[in-house]
Design a protein around this ligand. Structure first.
Ligand code: F6P
Length: 490
């Protein structure tokens, strides 16, 4: 198989570089091993790029990473506009935050079409395309329009909301119809898959049998593939990382205090305001905890040019200041609030240090931080995970302390319980969660999806023209091979 993986953000195998984005970090080790070509955005734009895709290629394990400069005229409308100001809020059931201009949808489609043209460069007779996430809902349809009859799969890393919510996205019908060009559409949870099928049934009036929908593209299978991590590798990384200077400095700074940790992008879906309010409430309800516990909140800034994100950054900074002002002492700060990113290695060590991990999104596709936090624990004295029941991870990590992130007082109580949980109970809960993590690794997820994609393609009518002749890539297609040195074009 010649696998081509596509996502907006890609990750490069550079040690000690801060990791941005759960998807990119999760895919890196498996894509690296698989020998796939991973295609995504270079993070740069290029004038006139609509006509000539420009890719920078570098080695990635047994395969390669191809980073494309996206068209300057459409990048803003695609990324900040339609993807992150229409789809992202809707997919997380925040239709109140949808803000788009009519041109944004046009730009989104242009970038999807641009990516499809760029992918033709990597097409061989045995190619399998695997498209990731909401940035490229229409990419499969664009590829089909270019005559591609190969297997094309799609996996959504975010939730898929109720049909009435997705109905708030401009052009929702056209977009969902375009998604049916995929042979296989994968979701994180049963709820997401059911919501999608509900929309197909009720709004598009399409026939569905055992998760297989029939449309003008032929048959598409919809199924659930909860994404995992590599728990053993993460555990090893965490055990080694405790001697990292950043981690040992943190340990030394605690002076016998117990610590809770949160690691999130600053995003309204992550429930950061509610979490800080819950910590504040806990200190008010149980003042005896002052000086004995504190919170380290790592909050990496994200999508700051979008109004809702900019507002949230200011709100959080102010709120943390108020809580520290209210409860702090000359020699004690209740909340350490950092806006910087850390490498996977350091994060693994930081996860092993505190007594409580707090992962309380209002809505999240999976949330791999929750899984990584569990895997990073010392088996002899594991810490406690306080987890939102609205994170996809709650389905597997049901031995955590599950909370409703809208119930501030309930969260405050749960965090206090976590701080004082006896070792025997901590161990029991942790072992139950590790068993689940070992049963659903990222490697298994990768293999399961690709197997199901081959099956879905073989069973669907889209396979009819698979034996078409594939032309050579167009001559002069501007590619630059960078090799494995990690050097980058400026
Ligand atoms: O769907 C989830 C996800 O792709 C995560 O990987 C990541 O946290 C985010 O969405 C993408 O963020 P960004 O806009 O920074 O690429």
């Amino acid at each position: 198989m010649n696998l081509v993986v596509v996502s907006n953000r890609v990750a490069r195998a550079i040690a000690n570089e801060p990791m941005t984005g759960g998807l990119a970090a999760a895919l890196l080790p498996v894509v690296e091993k698989s020998g796939a070509i991973w295609v995504g955005s270079s993070g740069r734009v290029r004038e006139g790029a609509q006509k000539e895709p420009f890719a920078e290629i570098e080695a990635l394990g047994a395969g390669a990473l191809a980073m494309l400069d996206l068209p300057a005229a459409h990048y803003g409308g695609y990324y900040e506009g339609f993807a992150n100001s229409a789809l992202w809020p809707a997919l997380h059931s925040r239709s109140d935050l949808i803000r788009v201009s009519p041109d944004d949808y046009q730009s989104y489609r242009e970038v999807n079409a641009f990516m499809a043209r760029a992918l033709m460069r990597f097409r061989k007779p045995e190619t399998v395309f695997w498209v990731q996430d909401y940035h490229f809902l229409a990419l499969g349809a664009e590829l089909r329009d270019l005559g591609v009859r190969h297997p094309i799969g799609f996996f959504l890393h975010t939730p898929w909301p109720a049909r009435t919510v997705i109905g708030g996205v401009p052009h929702h019908r056209e977009l969902v119809e375009a998604m049916l060009a995929y042979d296989l559409i994968g979701f994180q949870t049963d709820d997401d898959c059911d919501n999608f099928l509900g929309y197909l049934r009720s709004d598009l009036g399409l026939p569905i049998e055992n998760g297989v929908v029939t449309s003008r593209y032929g048959k598409s299978r919809c199924a659930v593939f909860p994404i995992g991590i590599d728990p053993e590798k993460f555990a090893l990384q965490a055990a080694r990382a405790v001697s990292h200077p950043d981690v040992s400095r943190l340990r030394r700074s605690l002076n016998g205090e117990k610590l809770a940790i949160g690691v999130d992008r600053v995003d309204y879906t992550k429930g950061l305001v509610n979490r800080i309010e819950a910590f504040d409430r806990m200190l008010t309800m149980q003042p005896q905890l002052k000086r004995t516990v504190s919170l380290l909140q790592i909050a990496t800034l994200s999508r700051g040019t979008i109004e809702a994100y900019g507002n949230l950054q200011s709100e959080l900074a102010q709120l943390v200041g108020e809580v520290n002002g209210r409860h702090g002492e000359a020699d004690w700060t209740p909340i350490r609030y950092l806006n910087k990113g850390f490498s996977q290695t350091v994060l693994a060590g930081l996860y092993r240090t505190p007594h409580v991990g707090i992962v309380t999104p209002l809505h999240d596709g999976m949330n791999l931080v929750a899984k990584e936090y569990v895997a990073a624990q010392n088996p002899a004295h594991p810490c406690v995970l306080v987890l939102s029941k609205f994170a996809g991870a709650a389905n597997e990590l049901d031995a955590s302390l599950l909370v409703n992130p809208h119930d501030i007082e309930g969260m405050a109580r749960a965090i206090a319980v976590a701080f004082s949980m006896p070792l025997a109970e901590r161990r029991m809960r942790w072992e139950a969660m590790m068993t689940k993590l070992r049963a659903g690794t990222i490697q298994q997820w990768f293999v399961d999806f690709l197997d199901a994609l081959q099956d879905a393609h073989a069973a669907g009518e889209k396979s009819d023209a698979i034996d078409e002749v594939v032309p050579d890539p167009p001559a002069g297609w501007p590619l630059r091979s960078v090799g494995s040195t990690g050097a980058r074009r400026q």
